[in-house]
Design a protein around this ligand. Structure first.
Ligand code: NAD
Ligand code: IPM
Ligand code: MN
Length: 366
């Protein structure tokens, strides 16, 4: 049976890196005997231009029926002056909310071949392996009242969390920590914010159910500092929506570039939307130079989380690692020497490593 996957390329480099994900998934399909049916739909600025709506009904319906959704990125200067509810970003927030994807998993792992590329010292980042779990359907992004202007003289956004929203994301974080190094850092601003004090209370209650997991609380300002001075002290970090947005872009420097980071936005039953952490990168869009690795690794997360294809996901990840070890890099990685390539060549090199490995596996086993 074909796996039904909805593709939402979106805007800017989202369209470019989505091509890479498709090629990689088609290679996996051939190598492992799977079949994927891709259904492409509009979102963001692209959907505004074509249908006058950043999240057309047809797109939403297709996502609700799909087994998994892959998303590129949305946004761009062209749509920056539209009213708030007509902006491309509303399409992305809408799809996350409508699908109930409350947990955004953002793994950040330094690749040995890129440790000298990061602006941080190699000895600081070496061996870092963090999972940021960002609450995705609550907090400042969705609190009521929101986006309210008072005669142009004041504006309000509301930071609001209900206990059940905190409980489910904290549970997800404990469960993830159990599968990793059993260390959870909850990040908040409990010295100032009431919603953070409720957050901390819930974490303290929940930890009774997970006695095997060590728990720390950290204020978000200190967390931002520690992420770049001693990232190896973190295993799983859990935090509210906006803090998670900011901390994950910051943490991307551990890998050398924002273009490296994948993410999975999931709910309890495993349905997921997979998207790189980066945006539409208007400064480089249309030039074939975007780093496709965040998108390719998001496709690997889709195979693991939505289709239970652990081996295939691991194969993509190891092909990416091999490709970086061979010296391939896109311009954002700011790497000296090696092979400076564009999106298409980087994708080709990753595919080559997927193919080569399974050919050599079959030669070895015959
Ligand atoms: P951005 O993530 O698009 O870009 C930030 C910087 O990182 C830019 O210099 C860009 O060139 C670089 N970069 C990002 N991804 C890269 C990649 N794959 N390869 C090489 N370089 C890469 O953030 P921004 O410039 O602040 O936002 C641009 C637009 O994207 C805005 O409209 C914003 O709302 C939107 N955005 C969308 C998403 C999403 O769809 N998930 C995420 C973030 C920002
Ligand atoms: C992200 C982006 C989005 C967010 C924007 C584009 C709405 O920055 O996915 O990290 O803030 O969630
Ligand atoms: Mn972001």
């Amino acid at each position: 049976m074909k796996k039904q996957v909805v593709l939402l390329p979106g805007d800017g480099i989202g369209k470019e890196v989505m091509e890479s994900a498709k090629l990689v998934l088609n290679t996996v399909a051939t190598e492992y005997g799977h079949r994927f049916a891709f259904h492409e739909h509009a979102i963001g600025g692209d959907a505004i231009d074509r249908y006058g709506n950043p999240l057309p009904d047809d797109t939403l319906k297709a996502c609700q029926q799909a087994e998994a959704v892959l998303l590129g990125s949305v946004g761009g200067k062209k749509w920056d002056n539209l009213p708030a509810n007509k902006r491309p970003e509303k399409g992305l927030l809408g799809i996350r909310k409508q699908l109930g994807l409350f947990a955004n998993l953002r793994p950040i792992k330094s690749f040995p071949a890129l440790e000298h590329v990061s602006p941080l010292k190699q000895e600081v980042i070496s061996g870092s392996d963090i999972l940021i779990i960002r609450e995705l359907t609550g907090g400042l992004y969705f609190g009521q009242p929101s986006e309210r202007r008072e005669n142009g003289q004041a504006a309000v956004d509301t930071l609001y969390y209900q206990r059940y929203e905190i409980e489910r994301i904290v549970d997800k974080a404990f469960q993830s920590a159990r599968k990793r190094r059993k260390h959870l850092t909850s990040v908040d601003k409990a010295n100032v914010l009431e919603s953070s004090r409720l957050w901390r209370e819930v974490v303290e209650e929940k930890r009774q159910q997970y006695p095997d997991v060590t728990v720390d609380h950290l204020l978000v300002d200190a967390a931002a500092m520690k992420l770049v001075t001693s990232p190896d002290q973190f295993d799983v970090m859990v935090t509210e929506n906006l803090f998670g947005d900011i901390l994950s872009d910051e943490a991307s420097v551990l890998t050398g570039s924002l273009g490296m980071l994948p993410s999975a936005s999931v709910r309890s039953d495993g349905v997921g939307l997979y998207e790189p952490v980066h945006g539409s990168a208007p400064d480089i869009a249309g030039r074939g130079m975007a780093n496709p690795i965040g998108m390719i690794l998001s496709a690997a997360m889709m195979l693991r989380h939505s289709f239970n294809m652990e081996e295939e996901a691991a194969e993509i990840e190891s092909a990416v690692n091999d490709t970086l070890n061979e010296g391939y890099h896109t311009a954002d990685l700011n790497r000296e020497g090696g092979k400076l390539v564009g999106t298409a060549e980087m994708t080709e090199a990753v595919i080559e490593n997927i193919t080569t490995k399974s050919v050599s596996d079959s030669i070895c086993s015959s």
